[in-house]
Design a protein around this ligand. Structure first.
Ligand SMILES: O=C(O)CCC(=O)C(=O)O
Length: 296
């Protein structure tokens, strides 16, 4: 596992911003201590334990994906953490919104995977660079546990053709995969220790393999945008303000949940999902179960 890249007062240096711009990804960035991450994981697993027997309108797995930050205060807290935002600000500027923060969990010894894809293919935002995903490991994310894999400089491409495979083992809504063969030798494994973070551009070709380790692979992927981004499929969709001001008004703001799965937050979550579902499935050939995969 690589040593943390060095930040300057919590921000990316000019050289690191250039590296991100050139490669389309950056890691490993040390964000949380082991103690902080242990507390996050404990909180998440306590939620999983509690809601195994408390009935929610949808299965818990549906709330852990998509805009989990709308209903689970832990997800909103991590997404609004100062240390994370300081790094993201180096790329997006001082006005930052959260489009969604979602947990990507692969249970131990499971075959679930994420096919190689470009995020922006499905987000209805065009090919904008006004977005970034910060992916933070809450457990070891390595080759054995199915860490993310990036293809250096692939974000310089346009949106490439993708296929909807609707595979049950895929963690993605449409089981989408890029229609390009990526040789193993071109894949950069983004191994992260708990508390480390990677950044990737929405045009970056990326995916991840199965988890053959003896632990769960838990990550939180936070989709940040700046106010210049425009939702082109629907006109308007939803985002949670995180830092600075929204001087464009292209998104309907939603608040941090005051309480886990409060009635208002469940209602808001449903509205956001209905809207994001239309965007994510706009070009799909068949209906897919967005964010309600049976795993974790
Ligand atoms: O967690 C993973 O393995 C994949 C996550 C991903 O595709 C993303 O964050 O865009």
């Amino acid at each position: 596992m690589d040593k943390n890249i060095e930040l300057a007062n919590g921000k990316l240096t000019h050289r690191l911003v250039e590296k991100y711009t050139k490669d389309g990804f950056l890691f490993p960035i040390g964000i949380f201590s082991q103690a902080e991450v242990d507390a996050f994981r404990e909180e998440l697993e306590a939620i999983e334990h509690a809601y195994a027997s408390i009935k929610l309108p949808k299965p818990l797995s549906a709330y852990k994906r998509g805009p989990a930050n709308a209903v689970i205060p832990l997800a909103a807290r991590i997404a609004k953490d100062k240390a994370v935002l300081d790094v993201v600000e180096s790329i997006l500027g001082g006005n930052i919104l959260i489009w969604a923060a979602e947990f990507f969990i692969k249970e131990m010894k499971t075959e679930n995977f994420v096919g190689m894809h470009q995020d922006l293919t499905y987000w209805g935002m065009g090919e904008t660079s006004g977005q970034i995903t910060a992916w933070i490991a809450l457990s070891p994310s390595n080759v054995e546990s199915g860490c993310m894999e990036f293809v250096r400089k692939s974000h310089k491409d346009k949106i490439l053709p993708h296929d909807d495979k609707f595979s049950k083992k895929s963690l993605l809504s449409r089981g989408q995969e890029i229609k390009v063969d990526i040789p193993k030798s071109e894949r950069i494994f983004a191994e992260l220790n708990p508390g480390q973070m990677s950044l990737h551009h929405g045009l970056m070709i990326h995916g991840s393999g199965p988890n053959s380790s003896n632990d769960r692979r838990i990550g939180i992927a936070i989709r940040y945008i700046n106010p210049d981004v425009v939702q082109q499929t629907l006109g308007k969709s939803y985002a949670m303000p995180a830092r600075g001001v929204d001087n464009k008004g292209n998104f309907i703001h939603y608040p941090e949940p005051a309480k886990i799965f409060s009635e208002e937050s469940l209602q808001m979550h449903q509205e956001i999902c209905d809207s994001q579902h239309q965007v994510l499935m706009a070009t799909a050939k068949q209906e897919g179960a967005v964010w309600s995969k049976p795993t974790s």
